[in-house]
Design a binder for this molecule. Structure first.
Ligand code: MN
Length: 752
C-alpha cells in the first residue's frame, strides 16, 4: 500500500527493530505444534520479508513489515491455518512490491509456496474502475482456488488487515476499497463459512461507506450496553444452574449483532434501533464428544425452553441438516419474562470453531464426512462455472454473486433424499441437479403430488417427482428459468450442441450444392461465401443454409473458375456481351430466315432440348449434320459456343405470328417448406391458369424445398404470368425457368 516520505532521522531505528522482533515472536507463540523445520522456514520467510520491505513504510508511518506479520497472525488466529500459509502470508507482498522474484521464493521455500505467492501476486490490490476488468480479475482469483484454497484465504486475511487500517488512507481510496470489500470479499468470506471475518468486513466497509449511520448505531449500542448486560445475566442465571446440575461442560457468550446487520434489519423492517429484537444473541457452546453432539444440543434446548417459551416458527435445526457451507447450529428464539424475544444458539465447540474459522477448521474435523461433501459441492459448483469458457466474466460474477448471496432451500426427492438448492431455484434447477439428462428432458414435476410447470419456484420442504419425456428438448427460454450455475451451463451447452448439429446438416447441403455446380468444397470457397453473404463464421453460414435462410441459387451469380468461386468481373462481362452481340449481328445479316411453324417442305427442324424454346423467345437455327435444323434460344448456354465456332452453320429463325401450339418448359420453384404448399402450387398451375402440367416433383430438406415442374405454355408471356402467380404464394422465394444447362446441356452440343 501507498507510502509517504517520513523523516527517518526522527525515528529510533534500533527500538523499532526490537518492536518488529517482538511482533514476530507474538506470531510464533500462536503457531501450535510446529516442528523444528517449520520454525526454521517461518523464520527464513520473516527475515526475507524484513530485508525486502526495509525501506518501505505504510500510510500510517509504521514499517511495512507490520502488515505481513499481521496478515500471518490473522491466518493463524482467525482462520486456523498452518505453517505453509504463515510463510506465504509473510511473503505475500514481496514479489509484487520488491526485488524478490518467484524463482527466489522457489529456491528457498519450494514449489508449493511459489505457487501460492504466484496466485496472490496475480490478484491486484485494488481493481480497475472498469467493471468488466474487475470481474475478470475476480475470476482469475477464484481460478486459483483449484490450485490452492490458501490463496483465497490469505487474500482475505490481507484484505481484512487493510480494512482494519483503512483509517490512514485517503478518503476516495477508502470509499473504493470499502465498497469493493462489500461487493467481492465479504460474500466470499461468507461462502467459505468465515462468519466472523465476513461480519467484520461488512462492518468495516459500512463504517466508511455510511459513516453517519455507523456512528449512530455504534453509540446506541454503547449506551444500551449496561442495561443489556444486566438483562442477560438475569436471563441466563436459571439456565446456567440447571445445566451445571445436569453435568454439562459449557461456555456461554452473549454476542452483539454486527452493526451492518442491525442496520440491514432496521432498513428492511422499517423500524428504529430500539425495536430490533435480536440486537444480541446468546450462544451456548458445549464441550461434548462428537457422538453425543446432537442429543446434547437438544437436551440443552429442552432446558432453555423449560424456562422460556420458544417461538415455534423461529426454530432452526442446522445440526440435522447443515447448511451448504458446513454451518451447524441449533437456533431458537425465546420470550424473556420482560416480554422481549431473545435468540439462543446452541452448538458444540467443534461446530463453533467451524462457524468461526470456516474452511480450515473443516480439515481438522475430518471425521464428519457430511461436511466434506458439502464443501466439495461448493468447490465443484465453482469449477463447473469455470469449465465453461463461453461464459464471459460479467456473467460469471453475476452468477457467482447470486450463489453467494442466496440462502438455501431444502427440497426432497420422492425417496426422501434431501437436496440443497439456492432460494429461487425452480423445478428445472432441481431436474438438472439430479442429472443432466433428466434436466434436458424435463417437462414438469409433481410437487407435493400436484402437477407444476418447469418454472415453478421451489419452497423449502417441497417433495418433487420429475416428469420427463423423450421428445423434450431444451430451448432458449429455459436459461431464464433457472438460477443455479450448473443448470444454466448445461442448458447453454445443449443449445450450442443443437446449433452445431444443425450447422453440420447445412454443411452437407452446401457440399451437395457445390458438387452440383462443380465448385470445390475447400476453405477458400467457404471463406468467399462468408464474405459474399456477410456472415461472421462458417458455422453461421452452415446454420443459415440448414434453416433455409440463405438463397443458394445465388451461387450461379458468382464466377466459377475451375471450381474456385469469385465475384463476377464487370469488365469481362461487358466484353463478353459485346462479343456475343457481334456474333448475333453477323448471324442476323444472313438473308435466310426460318419461320417456325410454317410447314416448309424439305426442312426438318426440331426445338433444342438444352433450352426448350417457346414462342416469344428470341431464337436461331443451327444446321446439324444428321438431324436437320435445331432451334436454340439466343440466350441458350450453348448459343455462344455455337455461334462463335460454327457461325457458318447458324441461320436466322423466328416464330410464326399466329402460333398457337403449346410448348414444354421446366420451371423450378425455391422456397420454405410450409404445410400444404405443394397443393397450393399444383392448384395454381393447373386450375387458375389452365396450364397443362406434365410433371411435378418436390424435394424438401431442413425446411427448404425445391420444386421442379414441367408445364406446357403458349409463349413467353404466358410463362411470365404463371411465374408471377406462383411467386405470390407465401413461402415461395424464387421461380426460375430451368434450362438443363448444368447437368445435361453438354450432351446436346453438336460436334462434327
Ligand atoms: Mn498486502
Amino acid at each position: 500500500m501507498a507510502q509517504k516520505d517520513f523523516d527517518i532521522s526522527q525515528i529510533d531505528l534500533e527500538k523499532e527493530r526490537k518492536e518488529i522482533l517482538r511482533a514476530f515472536k507474538c506470531l510464533m507463540r500462536q503457531v501450535k505444534n510446529r516442528s523444528k523445520e517449520d520454525t526454521e522456514m517461518i523464520r527464513k520467510a520473516f527475515d526475507m520479508a524484513v530485508e525486502a520491505h526495509k525501506e518501505v513504510r505504510r500510510a500510517s508511518g509504521e514499517p511495512y513489515i507490520y502488515h505481513p506479520i499481521a496478515v500471518a497472525r490473522i491466518c493463524v488466529e482467525e482462520m486456523g491455518l498452518g505453517p505453509t500459509a504463515i510463510i506465504c502470508a509473510l511473503l505475500h507482498d514481496t514479489v509484487e512490491d520488491t526485488y524478490i522474484t518467484l524463482q527466489d521464493i522457489e529456491d528457498v521455500f519450494g514449489p508449493k509456496v511459489r505457487l501460492i505467492i504466484d496466485g496472490l501476486t496475480k490478484i491486484p490490490e485494488v481493481f480497475d474502475e472498469n467493471a468488466s476488468i474487475q470481474a475478470e480479475n475476480f475470476r482469475k482469483m477464484i481460478l486459483t482456488i483449484s490450485d490452492d484454497l490458501r490463496v483465497v484465504l490469505i487474500k482475505l486475511a490481507d484484505r481484512l488487515h487493510n480494512m482494519r487500517t483503512l483509517g490512514s488512507m485517503r478518503e476516495d481510496k477508502q470509499l473504493k476499497i470499502a465498497s469493493e470489500t462489500k461487493f467481492l470479499y465479504a460474500p466470499l468470506a461468507h461462502r467459505l463459512g468465515l462468519y466472523s471475518i465476513k461480519s467484520e468486513l461488512e462492518d468495516l466497509s459500512f463504517k466508511y461507506t455510511e459513516k453517519e449511520v455507523y456512528k449512530q448505531i455504534e453509540s446506541a449500542l454503547k449506551s444500551s450496553q449496561e442495561v443489556r448486560n444486566r438483562f442477560i445475566r438475569r436471563l441466563l442465571h436459571p439456565i446456567k444452574e440447571a445445566m451445571t446440575n445436569e453435568g454439562f461442560k459449557f461456555e456461554i457468550k452473549a454476542r452483539t449483532k454486527s452493526i451492518s446487520s442491525i442496520w440491514h434489519k432496521m432498513q428492511s423492517k422499517g423500524i428504529p434501533f430500539e425495536e430490533v429484537y435480536d440486537v444480541f444473541a446468546i450462544r451456548i457452546i458445549l464441550d461434548t464428544p462428537i457422538e453425543l453432539e446432537k442429543s446434547d444440543c437438544w437436551r440443552v434446548y429442552s432446558i432453555v425452553t423449560d424456562f422460556y417459551q420458544p417461538s415455534p416458527d423461529r426454530l432452526r435445526d442446522w445440526i440435522s441438516t447443515p447448511r451448504a457451507n458446513g454451518y451447524e447450529s441449533l437456533h431458537t428464539t425465546v420470550m424473556s419474562p420482560q416480554g422481549k424475544w431473545v435468540e439462543v444458539q446452541i452448538r458444540t465447540k467443534r461446530m463453533d470453531e467451524i462457524a468461526e474459522k470456516g474452511l480450515a477448521a473443516h480439515y481438522k474435523y475430518k471425521e464428519s464426512k457430511k461436511d466434506d461433501s458439502k464443501l466439495d459441492r461448493w468447490i465443484s459448483e465453482i469449477r463447473s462455472l469455470l469449465e465453461n469458457p463461453a461464459m464471459n466474466a460479467m456473467d460469471f460474477i453475476n452468477e457467482f454473486k447470486l450463489n453467494l448471496f442466496n440462502d438455501e432451500i431444502y427440497v426432497f426427492t420422492p425417496k426422501g433424499e434431501l437436496r440443497v438448492l439456492p432460494t429461487g431455484a425452480t423445478v428445472l434447477d432441481f431436474a438438472y441437479d439430479i442429472h443432466t439428462r433428466i434436466g434436458d428432458t424435463c417437462i414438469g414435476a409433481k410437487v407435493n403430488n400436484k402437477l407444476m410447470p418447469l418454472s415453478y419456484q421451489l419452497q423449502s420442504g417441497d417433495q418433487l417427482e420429475i416428469i420427463t419425456s423423450s421428445k423434450q428438448r431444451p430451448n432458449e427460454d429455459w436459461v431464464s428459468m433457472v438460477v443455479t450455475a450448473r443448470a444454466k451451463q448445461k442448458i447453454k451447452a445443449n443449445l450450442n450442441e443443437e446449433r452445431k448439429q444443425i450447422a453440420e446438416d447445412g454443411r452437407e447441403i452446401l457440399m451437395r450444392k457445390f458438387k452440383q455446380h462443380n465448385i470445390n468444397f475447400i476453405s477458400e470457397n467457404i471463406t468467399f461465401l462468408e464474405k459474399a453473404f456477410q456472415l461472421p463464421s462458417a458455422t453461421e453460414l452452415y446454420f443459415r443454409i440448414a434453416k433455409g435462410k440463405l438463397n443458394l441459387t445465388k451461387l450461379r451469380e458468382f464466377d466459377n473458375d475451375n471450381g474456385i468461386l469469385s465475384f463476377k468481373k464487370s469488365e469481362d462481362t461487358s466484353k463478353r456481351i459485346r462479343k456475343k452481340e457481334n456474333i448475333q449481328a453477323s448471324v442476323n445479316k444472313k438473308a435466310d430466315t426460318l419461320i417456325i411453324g410454317d410447314d416448309f417442305k424439305n426442312i426438318h427442324y426440331t426445338l433444342a432440348k438444352c433450352c426448350s424454346p417457346i414462342p416469344g423467345d428470341k431464337v436461331f437455327g443451327f444446321i446439324t449434320i444428321n438431324d436437320g435444323v435445331k432451334i436454340h434460344r439466343t440466350n441458350c448456354p450453348n448459343a455462344e459456343n455455337l455461334m462463335s465456332k460454327m457461325a457458318y452453320r447458324c441461320i436466322n429463325a423466328r416464330w410464326r405470328d399466329q402460333d398457337i401450339e403449346e410448348r414444354e418448359v421446366t420451371i423450378k420453384i425455391f422456397g420454405f417448406d410450409r404445410m400444404g404448399i405443394v397443393n397450393r402450387l399444383t392448384g395454381i398451375i393447373s386450375n387458375q391458369h389452365n396450364v397443362n402440367m406434365k410433371s411435378i416433383s418436390f424435394e424438401t430438406e431442413d425446411g427448404l424445398f425445391e420444386g421442379k415442374v414441367r408445364v406446357m405454355v403458349l409463349d413467353t408471356k404466358h410463362l411470365e404470368q404463371l411465374k408471377n402467380k406462383i411467386e405470390e404464394v407465401e413461402g415461395v422465394q424464387r421461380v426460375v425457368r430451368w434450362d438443363e444447362e448444368n447437368n445435361e446441356s453438354k450432351e446436346y452440343v453438336e460436334e462434327d
